[in-house]
Write a protein that binds this ligand. Structure first.
Ligand SMILES: [Zn+2]
Length: 300
C-alpha cells in the first residue's frame, strides 16, 4: 500500500484554489496555442474584432458521446459548434452563425460600408425598428441584441407563472407564451426546441406571436444519420413523462435538460407542410459541420 501523507486543512485551503487557477490558465494557454497552431483566426461577426477562435473539445462530455452514439468526427463537429469561441466576446460558432444570418437577411448600412458585425448592426435605425424576442438567453448574442430598443428576452423558470419577472428576467413557457399575437418581427431560439415537451404547441405559439412576414431564426441539434424526427419522451395527460427512446440530457448526457425531441433531416419538410417558408443556412448537416441555422418565415 502506498503511504499517503495527510495534508492539514489549512494547507488544503491554500493549495486547492492555486491548483484550480493553474489548471484554468493551463487550459486557456492550451486553447490559444491550439488556435495559433491551426491558424484559427477570423473577424468575429458578433463583436467585429479579428481574434483567435478557441476550439474546446472538452465541452462535449464523453457520457453524451456515448449515449448519443457520436463518432469521434461527429463529437468534434459538435464541439466546434458549441465552442470555437471568439477570444474577445466569447461568441461560440452557432451564435456567430445566427449573427451572420441576421446580417444577411436584414442588411443595413449603405454599400460599400454595410454593417459587418452585430455590434455595428444594432446601431442602425433599420435594425432598431425590429421587434425581437429572444426566448431563452443566447449567450454571446444577448448583450449586443440587448441594445435594440424593441428587444425582449425571457428564460424558462419551471413552476412560475408565464410572463412573471423572476430575478429581473421574464419567465416564458414556449408552449404558452404571454406575448400578444403578431407582436414580433423576429423570434430567436438556440438549442431550445429539443427540450420542449410539446413541440407542436411551441411551434404554434412562435407562429402566433410573429407578425406576417416575421421570422423564427433558430438552431437545433441534428445528426446527419437521423433521417426522421422522433420523440425521446412524451408527457402523458396525467403530467407524467413516458420514455419512447433511451433518455438523453444536454449537456451532460445523463445530466442537464432532458431531450424530448430528436430532430432529423425531415424536420424542415415538416415545417413546410405547416405552411412555413423554410431556409437552411450553412447546410446541409454533415458529419464535420453540425452548426446549421434554420429560418422559418411566416407568410405575409
Ligand atoms: Zn467576438
Amino acid at each position: 500500500m502506498p503511504r499517503t501523507i495527510p495534508v492539514p486543512a489549512w494547507l488544503k485551503r491554500i493549495l486547492v484554489p492555486c491548483w484550480n487557477t493553474a489548471h484554468r490558465y493551463g487550459w486557456v494557454a492550451h486553447d490559444y496555442l491550439e488556435a495559433v497552431g491551426h491558424c484559427r483566426f477570423e473577424r468575429c461577426v458578433v463583436c467585429g474584432r479579428f481574434r483567435p477562435m478557441l476550439y474546446r473539445r472538452r465541452v462535449i462530455p464523453r457520457r453524451l458521446e456515448e449515449l448519443w452514439g457520436l463518432s469521434p468526427r461527429l463529437a468534434e463537429a459538435l464541439a466546434r459548434k458549441e465552442s470555437s469561441d471568439c477570444a474577445h466576446c466569447g461568441a461560440k460558432l452557432r451564435c456567430r452563425r445566427i449573427a451572420q444570418v441576421l446580417l444577411t437577411l436584414f442588411p443595413v448600412g449603405t454599400p460599400p460600408a454595410p454593417a459587418r458585425s452585430l455590434a455595428e448592426w444594432v446601431e442602425h435605425p433599420e435594425s432598431q425598428a425590429l421587434r425581437v424576442a429572444e426566448i431563452n438567453r443566447i449567450d454571446g448574442l444577448h448583450n449586443p441584441l440587448g441594445r435594440l430598443p424593441r428587444f425582449t428576452s425571457s428564460d424558462y423558470h419551471p413552476g412560475t407563472t408565464p410572463g412573471a419577472i423572476i430575478g429581473g428576467v421574464r419567465s416564458e413557457d414556449l408552449t404558452r407564451l404571454t406575448y400578444s399575437d403578431a407582436s414580433f418581427d423576429l423570434v430567436l431560439t438556440s438549442e431550445t426546441l429539443e427540450h420542449v415537451p410539446d413541440l407542436d404547441a411551441a411551434l404554434r405559439e412562435i407562429r402566433r406571436v410573429l407578425a406576417p412576414g416575421g421570422r423564427h431564426i433558430f438552431t437545433i441539434p441534428v445528426l446527419p444519420q437521423t433521417s426522421k424526427t422522433f420523440p425521446r419522451a412524451v408527457v402523458l395527460p396525467d403530467g407524467s413523462v413516458q420514455d419512447r427512446a433511451p433518455r438523453i440530457a444536454h449537456p451532460g448526457g445523463d445530466w442537464g435538460y432532458p431531450v424530448f425531441t430528436e430532430f432529423g433531416a425531415d424536420f424542415p419538410e415538416r415545417l413546410r407542410h405547416a405552411g412555413l417558408n423554410v431556409e437552411i443556412f450553412f447546410g446541409p448537416t454533415r458529419d464535420d459541420d453540425l452548426a446549421q441555422v434554420y429560418v422559418c418565415r411566416v407568410p405575409g
